[in-house]
Unconditional design. Structure first.
Length: 109
């Protein structure tokens, strides 16, 4: 009977060593780099950019305000669920659900 413990140890140690890369890719960047507070966009401009980015299915850069008044940057594609709910899906398939009022800054890429 063969001993399969050694390959399992290699896989588990490799997973442990690369856990951040697999599961915390977006969180890692935000915790290392300092977030520069971008200017608050006027409502009419934000709504115009939202309409264009949803219509074109363009990739956008957003700075969002969390409920605790912290800022974080995300990049992905927007979809509108209702008039007051948006979904942003990143390239790594992380999904954010938020309201248009949570957007501090929006840039089309």
């Amino acid at each position: 009977m063969e001993n399969y413990q050694s390959p399992l140890k290699k896989v588990s140690s490799n997973l442990r060593d690369h856990f951040d890369e697999f599961f915390l890719e977006n969180d890692r960047d935000n915790s290392i780099t300092r977030i520069h507070k971008l200017p608050q966009m006027p409502v009419f401009q934000r709504n115009l950019f939202l309409q264009r980015s949803i219509k074109k299915q363009a990739t956008v850069n957003l700075q969002l305000t969390s409920t605790s008044n912290h800022f974080f940057n995300v990049r992905g594609q927007l979809k509108q669920i209702t008039t007051d709910q948006l979904i942003l899906t990143t390239e790594t398939n992380v999904t954010y659900l938020f309201k248009p009022d949570d957007i501090r800054y929006l840039a089309l890429t």
